[in-house]
Design a protein around this ligand. Structure first.
Ligand SMILES: C[S@@+](CC[C@H](N)C(=O)[O-])C[C@H]1O[C@@H](n2cnc3c(N)ncnc32)[C@H](O)[C@@H]1O
Length: 278
C-alpha cells in the first residue's frame, strides 16, 4: 500500500499486495469528486484502506462483508470500536509466545459476545495460514492457531515464526491508526444480496472480491456472475470483479511485485490475479 494505513493482519484472499494496481483502476473509472466507492466482500479492507491512502475521504466508501470483518469495519467506521476492551484483551495475552496457541484456543471456545469486533482481529491474527475464522450460531468456527516455531539445525528458515502476526503491539498500532483514518466509512455487515435492495448511484464505482471459484475454507459464498447481472439491472456504475481467471473480454491480469520478483521485479506464478470490468 502507498503509505500510512495498513490492514490489521493477513487474511486468506486479502488484496494488500495488489491493492495499488486495483485502486489505480477504480480511481481511473471514477468521474467526479463525489464518486462513491463500493468495496464488496471487503474482508480485511485492503482496497478501502488503499483508497483512503490515496486521498479518498472515508465518507465516500461503502464496505460490505457478512463475516466478522463486517462487524469490525462497522465499529471502526462509526467510531464504536471499544479500544478499552481491546486493550484488556491484549493485556491478558500470555507473555510466553509458546502459550499463545492454547490461549487462543480457549478464547475461541467462549461464545461470541457483543465484543465480536474487538475479539475477532486478535483471533484472526493468530489464525493458521491466515484462514478465515467465522461465527456461526454464536460460536467461533474454523479456529485453528499457529504455534511458536523455532528453527532447528537443518531448517531452511533461520528465524523463529511468531504465533501472532503482527505482534500485539503492531496490531494495536495498526488498529488505532485505522480508527482515526477510516472514521466515516460505512460498512454493511450483511449478505451481498441485500445490496440489490439498495440504490447504487450510476456515478459510483463498484469493486467485488468474492471467494475465488474452487477455493475452500470460507464460510460464505455466492454466484458472482449472477450477482453482477442482477446489479447491472439496477445501476450503470462500472463494476470490477477480482478472480483467479478472466471473467470477460474486458479483463486484465495483475502482477505481484516485491523482493522475490524476476528481472523486472514482477512475478507471474501459478496463482493468478485478474480484474474484470463489467
Ligand atoms: C477474497 S475474500 C476478500 C478479501 C478482501 N478483499 C481483503 O483484501 O481482505 C472474500 C470475502 O467475501 C466474503 N463473502 C463471501 N460470501 C459473501 C456473501 N454472500 N455476502 C457478503 N460477503 C461474503 C467473505 O466473508 C470474505 O471476507
Amino acid at each position: 500500500m502507498t503509505a500510512g494505513l495498513r490492514v490489521p493482519c493477513a487474511y486468506q484472499g486479502g488484496k494488500q499486495r495488489i491493492a495499488k494496481q486495483i485502486v489505480e483502476k477504480l480511481l481511473l473509472a471514477s468521474d467526479s469528486e463525489d464518486t462513491i466507492f463500493y468495496d464488496l466482500c471487503c474482508g480485511s479492507g485492503a482496497i478501502s484502506i488503499e483508497l483512503v491512502n490515496r486521498g479518498v475521504t472515508p465518507n465516500r466508501i461503502i464496505m460490505l462483508d457478512c463475516s466478522s470483518w463486517g462487524r469490525f469495519w462497522t465499529a471502526v467506521g462509526a467510531g464504536d470500536f471499544d479500544t478499552r476492551y481491546f486493550d484488556l484483551l491484549l493485556a491478558d495475552l500470555p507473555e510466553n509466545k509458546r502459550g499463545i496457541k492454547e490461549y487462543m484456543t480457549r478464547l475461541s471456545l467462549a461464545p461470541v459476545n457483543e465484543h465480536e469486533a474487538e475479539i475477532y482481529p486478535i483471533l484472526q491474527a493468530c489464525s493458521f495460514g491466515g484462514k478465515q475464522i467465522w461465527r456461526n450460531a454464536g460460536k467461533w468456527e474454523n479456529a485453528f492457531f499457529r504455534d511458536y516455531w523455532e528453527p532447528t539445525a537443518t531448517s531452511v528458515r533461520r528465524s523463529p515464526a511468531n504465533p501472532m502476526q503482527p505482534s500485539p503491539k503492531e496490531l494495536r498500532r495498526r488498529i488505532c491508526n485505522l480508527i482515526e483514518g477510516m472514521h466515516g466509512v460505512r460498512c454493511l455487515a450483511t449478505d451481498i444480496m441485500q445490496l440489490l435492495n439498495c440504490n447504487v448511484p450510476s456515478n459510483s464505482v463498484v469493486y467485488i472480491d468474492p471467494p475465488y471459484s474452487g477455493t475452500t475454507g470460507y464460510a460464505f459464498g455466492f454466484d458472482v456472475c449472477q450477482f453482477v447481472n442482477q446489479l447491472r439491472l439496477k445501476t450503470e456504475a462500472p463494476i470490477f470483479v477480482s478472480e483467479g481467471m478472466p471473467l470477460n473480454n474486458n479483463a486484465m491480469q495483475l502482477h505481484f511485485g516485491g523482493a522475490k520478483g524476476g528481472i523486472s521485479g514482477t512475478r507471474i506464478g501459478k496463482h493468478q490475479e485478474w480484474i474484470s470490468r463489467f
